[in-house]
Design a protein around this ligand. Sequence first.
Ligand SMILES: Nc1ncnc2c1ncn2[C@@H]1O[C@H](COP(=O)(O)OP(=O)(O)OP(=O)(O)O)[C@@H](O)[C@H]1O
Length: 386
Amino acid sequence: MSSILETKNVAFSYENGEDVLKEVSSGIPEGKKTVILGPNGSGKSTLMLHYNGVLKPKKGSVSFRREPLRYDRKGLTSLRQNVCLMFQNPDDQIFAATVEEDVAFGPLNLGLSRDEIEMRVYEALETVDLIKYRERPTQQLSFGQRKRVALAGALAMNPEVLMMDEPTAGLDAQMVHEMMELSEELNHKGKTIVICTHDVEMAYEWADDVILMYEGGVLYNGDIDGLLEREELLHRSRLKYPTIYKLNRQMHIRTGEHELPRPQSLPECCQKFFKSENIAPGNFYIAYVDDPGFDASIIKAFKKHNMGVFGVNAKRTSRSMGLDIHHYFYAIDQGLIKASVGEDYLLLTESSVKGLVKSRIDRFMMNYCSDIQIIPPDDISRRQHV
Ligand SMILES: Nc1ncnc2c1ncn2[C@@H]1O[C@H](COP(=O)(O)OP(=O)(O)OP(=O)(O)O)[C@@H](O)[C@H]1O
């Protein structure tokens, strides 16, 4: 897998002269979800600011698609069309008086037509569910809403690489799920996503690749499984092991259960260790809300707590139709848990994320529970109403 962004022997210090990055060589694989992981002060944000040219290395080089960055105005404008950064603190990013003015700022600087700008602003605000706040003064928004405005500003640039510095910091649990599902969906639609965090649990469930930082250096750069094989590295960087990983290890030590496959999520963990041998799995029904034949009355055939929605557009459509559905977040995981204990589950989603839904369910079935039946939309209408 080729790196879309690379640093080679980058060294950097702020004005006080302290070495913050020390000979950092790293690569971000194209089309993947990468986490820059490390404890506070290890240099994660500083590295991210090098990737999109906000900071210039004192030594070494940064390249995008193998071309060294150019730090003149033209070079940086061109880079920031392709590599956008959502800052840790939205107040470092939001300057305009109203939400839509702020989101339009980047596209306006690209010299796009008025129609194109309006479309991008509309789509970005829809994606982060802030359309109804478009004329609101940015100062009158909550912290979480300002964070979403900052994300919309980055999305409106339609970049190839979206970088987010601590995207979930300061958000409530629902917003954290929303942010992580959205980033997964954007990745599925072709964007390279990079997140800075010290949250090992999140990295373990979400990331394909990791850059592990400690005291300004890179301890590891590669896939997440490779990192977990090297216990000493997380220990050295003062980060804890993910809970599900530790539980799997303990089960291996205590019961002799094979360590592989390593569960990465709650349904995988439950199914590996607490499989209900006497219960036949339930069915996993999938309906696409953007299918012209979609009939919302199918939800009457399911219990409220056995339905969920996945996908930004599917959530919006379901809300606008007033559908009474329980799981608006973690719906795929919830469905897998329900189906593996014998209950039927309906997932409402949209065709643009079909592959993502399929790959998540396939992974679960291949490793942990092959008997769940996936029922396509055409067959749902035959289900008896509850
Ligand atoms: N503007 C600045 N001026 C001087 N020193 C800075 C500045 N920004 C960061 N530093 C220092 O650089 C080091 C790395 O900071 P950085 O913000 O990159 O770390 P981080 O890993 O992102 O931390 P956190 O998890 O706390 O966000 C820290 O020692 C920090 O104090």
